[in-house]
Design a binder for this molecule. Structure first.
Ligand SMILES: Cc1cc2nc3c(=O)[nH]c(=O)nc-3n(C[C@H](O)[C@H](O)[C@H](O)COP(=O)(O)O)c2cc1C
Length: 185
């Protein structure tokens, strides 16, 4: 359920959390709602090449934990969401079906930008629903693809986001002074 806080409050309250309560489950309808909001993000040429694999299974997450330094996020979150670039970007009824390949297109570097925008919206939507998150690039992409049976020619792992209920509230990270980051012309 959404907290309906003003967007600015949600942005100020989002902090990375690395240890979750390990017991909260997120219903598929709620996860779908979060991801639906996330996928409203803009994408270059509106190509929408990003796909999300929601990994709930504790057994699979335990396996994945061996391929990342981010063990507590993998094992205590309600779920981890792997955002990937679908290099083929076909219009299919369902993603991640095996052997759907029809000829791999060029890798689009721009997909990483699209992914960041989707992930950011996901993290803010999650915060608005009372969850905390942690974005992660610190994982072995090849090992993840193998454990998750991903077609590596087609699906390129980009970002992993843990989501769950924090054990202790996240803290505001240290931020550079705004005057050192911006200028006007
Ligand atoms: C692209 C990206 C990759 C990140 N990878 C990791 C990671 O592998 N492990 C981790 O604990 N945090 C990771 N983080 C989280 C950052 O450490 C965190 O966002 C930063 O310290 C600022 O804190 P905040 O998210 O609380 O604002 C990543 C963040 C981004 C944006």
């Amino acid at each position: 359920m959404t907290t309906n806080q003003p967007i600015n409050d949600v942005m100020n309250a989002r902090h990375s959390v690395r240890t979750f309560d390990g017991v909260t489950t997120i219903k598929h309808a709620e996860m779908q709602a979060l991801l639906k909001t996330a996928f409203l993000a803009p994408s270059a040429l509106n190509l929408q090449p990003i796909r999300a694999l929601v990994i709930e299974s504790p057994m699979i997450r335990q396996q994945l934990a061996t391929a990342t330094g981010n063990i507590s996020q993998l094992t205590t979150a309600s779920a981890v969401v792997l955002f990937v670039n679908d290099r083929e970007n076909l219009a299919e009824k369902k993603p991640f079906l095996p052997a759907q390949q029809t000829g791999v297109k060029e890798h689009l570097d721009i997909a990483a930008l699209d992914c960041g925008l989707v992930a950011m919206q996901f993290m803010l939507a999650a915060k608005d629903h009372g969850y905390d998150t942690n974005p992660m690039t610190g994982f072995d992409h090849a090992a993840f693809s193998q454990i998750l049976n991903l077609d590596t020619a087609r699906y390129e792992p980009l970002l992993l986001v843990a989501i769950g209920k924090a054990v202790t509230a996240g803290k505001m990270a240290k931020h550079k002074a705004i005057k050192t980051l911006i200028d006007f012309q």
